[in-house]
Design a protein around this ligand. Structure first.
Ligand code: AR6
Length: 173
């Protein structure tokens, strides 16, 4: 089954989906950008569960993903993944970013998630080039084989990302 792919402009914390993905850092203890917004809107429950995960298995490595409940957010789950910091090593950074999408989708699949919403991982504070990041994101979600996920939403906070996603997805039709 191939999930429907949608592009939305707006705030991920307001999105009604079974799971939303957080562009976290390896500490899992919160930060700025979308991570800060998710912890602020979701409340302490999310941080408490992140601390439990850290105590159990240590930090989250770049490209990997962990899950918590979503506290006060409309979603059921928050999948926290750690994107790469852009450092001009295109090959390595691209593989790590692809892993974020693959591991988040695998986790979502294991949780019977039907709709999942992604932010534009690594394209803010971590400075990953937006167009390359979008190409990787779209490629990985389109390659992903799923029995359960019906809809994947790319939530773009800025107009530049929205334009890039719209353009790339139109080209693929
Ligand atoms: N909803 C949707 N997208 C958002 C929101 C929001 N509320 N806020 C920002 N974005 P960033 P990164 C977009 O910086 O680059 C944190 O401190 C933003 O415009 O959130 O992966 C973490 O703790 C951009 O397109 O994440 C890490 O330390 C995208 O989300 C570090 O930042 C990602 O930007 C991770 O950096």
């Amino acid at each position: 089954m191939k999930p429907v792919i949608e592009v939305l402009k707006g705030d991920l914390t307001k999105v009604q989906a079974d799971a939303i993905v957080n562009a976290a850092n390896s500490s899992l203890l919160g930060g700025g950008g979308v991570d800060g917004a998710i912890h602020r809107a979701g409340g302490k429950q999310i941080l408490d569960e992140c601390i439990e995960i850290r105590n159990r298995q240590g930090k989250c490595k770049t490209g990997e993903a962990v899950v918590t409940s979503a506290g006060n957010l409309p979603a059921k789950y928050v999948i926290h993944t750690v994107g790469p910091v852009w450092n001009n090593n295109e090959e390595k950074s691209s593989t790590l970013l692809a892993n974020c999408y693959i591991n988040s989708l695998k986790l979502a699949e294991s949780l019977d998630v039907k709709t999942i919403a992604f932010p534009n991982i690594s394209t803010g504070i971590y400075h990953f080039p937006k167009e390359l990041a979008a190409k990787i994101a779209i490629q990985e979600v389109q390659k992903f084989n799923t029995e359960k996920i019906e809809k994947i939403i790319f939530v773009c906070f800025d107009e530049e990302n929205e334009t890039i996603y719209d353009k790339l997805l139109k080209e693929k039709q």
